[in-house]
Write a protein that binds this ligand. Structure first.
Ligand code: NCD
Length: 313
């Protein structure tokens, strides 16, 4: 297994073989998770702390389940309610954490770069569960596993990422990962939701769903991140749905066997039609959730191996 990293802070530092190492190990955990006894011991004796400075349902639950299935002691710290509000600095948080001797720290933070900063201050393996608009590496990895299982490969695919690209760490991590695995990424969305200079990442940019979806293998929809908008990005939700919402007609431009993805949480009737989201012949949205647990088990397992090796000297 080729995974020479102390932390999982983003897709950016990962080589293709590191990505493949996580996905291959995650396959084993998919099998374990489908069995009656969902227990491994890769994290036995280790303490995992989940610190979510921003709301999360599926990512936090997924990391918690992943840690428990591998035998870690898992603690969730309710960060939104406590320290951030009281103005504790990230450095103080790190010192507090060090005193508790965690082995794995899972962090979500509203500011880009905050998780990297914390990783420099704590003495454990850190996993980024989403920092601002920067990265969300386990989401891109679970998306990759879902695509690989549905399409049999990760290279030479045409993948459209649609909607609110500007505010999306999911888009950023996916652009990096899919490019590294030699697939072609198209971004589709209104110019107001497209980050300036994004073409430098080697992607094609479209503002029209018909042209952008033409012949793609994968359609990845993104949530309109209203909490990161301060007005004026879209004329109205109705107009947005009309132009960019995925419905049966627009999906018809993609390949007949194209899969539909969404990281959740979904705004049904805004970026995606509810019937498409629920169509088990096209939508792999539930598979994404399942792959999420397996990918997080694999990532924590690999980081724990490195941690133990470093500590053994
Ligand atoms: C994403 C996130 O938090 O970045 N959600 C998730 O992790 N499943 C995307 C989103 O919030 O729209």
């Amino acid at each position: 297994m080729s995974f020479p990293h102390a932390h999982l802070l983003g897709i950016e530092p990962l080589a293709p073989e590191n990505i493949t190492a996580i996905l291959d190990l995650a396959e084993e955990y998919v099998t374990l998770n489908r069995s009656d006894t969902k227990h491994g011991d890769a994290l036995a004796g280790l303490t995992q702390i989940n610190m979510f400075f921003e709301a999360s349902t599926r990512t936090q639950a997924s990391f918690e389940l992943a840690g428990k299935r591998l035998g870690a002691d898992v603690m969730n710290m309710a960060m939104q309610a406590s320290s951030l509000k009281k103005g504790e600095t990230l450095i103080d948080t790190a010192l507090t954490l060090n005193a508790m001797h965690p082995d794995l720290l899972v962090v979500r933070h509203p500011q880009s770069g905050a998780v990297d900063l914390l990783a420099q201050k704590v003495r454990c393996a850190v996993l980024n569960a989403g920092d601002g608009r920067h990265e969300h590496p386990t989401q891109a990895l679970l998306d990759a596993l879902t695509i690989r299982r549905a399409k049999g490969r990760l290279h030479r695919l045409n993948i459209a990422i649609c909607g609110d690209i500007a505010h999306s760490r999911v888009a950023r991590s996916n652009i990096l990962l899919l490019g590294r695995m030699e697939s072609r990424v198209r971004l589709i969305g209104p110019p107001t939701l497209m980050p300036a200079g994004i073409e430098e990442f080697g992607v094609e940019v479209y503002d029209d769903m018909r042209a952008g979806l033409d012949g793609v293998d994968v359609v990845m929809m993104l949530r309109l991140q209203k909490e990161r908008m301060d007005g004026g990005f879209i004329p109205s939700e109705r107009e947005y749905y009309h132009r960019y919402g995925l419905d049966a007609e627009k999906l018809g431009y993609a390949k007949p066997d194209a899969i539909v993805m969404h990281p959740g949480p979904m705004n049904r009737g805004v970026e995606i039609d509810g019937e498409i989201a629920d169509d088990i012949n096209r939508s792999v949205i539930q598979d994404q959730v399942e792959m999420g647990v397996a990918v997080r088990m694999a990532a924590m397992d690999l980081l724990a191996r490195n941690l133990r090796a470093r500590r053994a000297g």
